[in-house]
Design a protein around this ligand. Structure first.
Ligand code: ADP
Ligand code: MG
Length: 259
């Protein structure tokens, strides 16, 4: 980008062009600095707003460790993690939990729903954790929760509790919950890992629809089939980034192999 065109851009465009997250030589050792084994090592990466990215790797390659760090659940890392222009470690605990509550939506393999609450109350859970200034934004939150449940196809399950829902329906509730505050980042840890392949495909289509709406989606998986749904695929092996390919590059590679 030359300087002149950069100057003529509006602030919103500049913000859209800047990375949502930057990892700079990020590393993680469980057990602190004295531990020899690295769960993650020397990761350099930029995640842009609006991308749908899959992180793929075999079991033990560091996927969950990375997701926990990206979601601000683990600040015991080495190197840098810049989020919206600020190093994550420089945030106070209160700033961090507010950021996580408002800006990050988590979706897990095992759904993490509360069985004694209805689908609607599960979706509203993040609103119960909201403190301080963010409380002012809560008017209309129940209406939004209902709309989200309708968006994920569960308008007739609003009052149903998780034990009466199928796996795919539970994951849809979890996705609606993750979307409650229109997060700038959706982090998904093996979101199809507990589902049969057909239901898994439906959930992936749901994420693709959210990506088309403008959400930034990062999902981790050990399944090639799931990663193919993403625009960008980052591969981890033994805690190191071994490849980072956009969909265009991958389809060119497929053509090469077909020749
Ligand atoms: P993945 O999600 O790709 O299966 P993880 O991020 O869970 O991988 O694990 C990466 C590495 O870190 C593995 O060698 C794992 O044994 C180790 N590890 C993960 N969590 C812990 C922990 N809480 N304590 C010690 N080692 C851990
Ligand atoms: Mg994992």
């Amino acid at each position: 980008m030359n300087k002149r065109s950069d100057e003529t851009k509006g602030a919103a465009q500049r913000e859209a062009d800047s990375p949502l997250i930057q990892l700079q030589g990020l590393g993680k050792r469980y057990g602190g600095a004295a531990a020899q084994a690295w769960a993650l090592q020397e990761l350099n990466l930029e995640l842009m707003k609006g991308e749908m990215t899959a992180i793929i790797g075999t079991s033990g390659s560091g996927k969950t460790t990375l997701l926990n760090i990206l979601g601000g659940l683990d600040r015991g890392y080495e190197g840098g993690l810049i989020m919206g222009g600020r190093e994550l470690k420089s945030l106070s605990d209160q700033e961090l939990s507010m950021w996580r509550n408002q800006e990050v939506g988590f979706v897990f393999q095992h759904f993490h729903l509360l069985d004694h609450l209805s689908a609607l109350d599960n979706v509203l859970l993040p609103a119960c954790l909201t403190k301080g200034r963010a409380r002012a934004a809560l008017s209309g939150v129940e209406q939004r929760a209902r709309e989200l449940l309708a968006q994920v196809g569960l308008q007739d399950k609003i009052d149903v509790k998780p034990p009466q829902l199928s796996g795919g329906q539970k994951q849809r509730v979890a996705i609606a919950r993750a979307l409650l505050f229109k997060p700038s980042l959706l982090l998904c840890d093996e979101p199809t890992g507990s589902l049969d392949s057909h239901t898994g495909e439906e959930i992936i289509k749901l994420f693709q629809g959210l990506h088309a709406e403008g959400y930034t989606v990062l999902m981790i998986t050990h399944e090639e089939r799931v990663s193919e749904a993403a625009q960008r695929v980052i591969r981890l092996e033994d805690g190191r980034l071994v490849s980072d390919q956009s969909q265009v590059q991958r389809s060119e590679k497929h053509e090469e192999l077909a020749l």
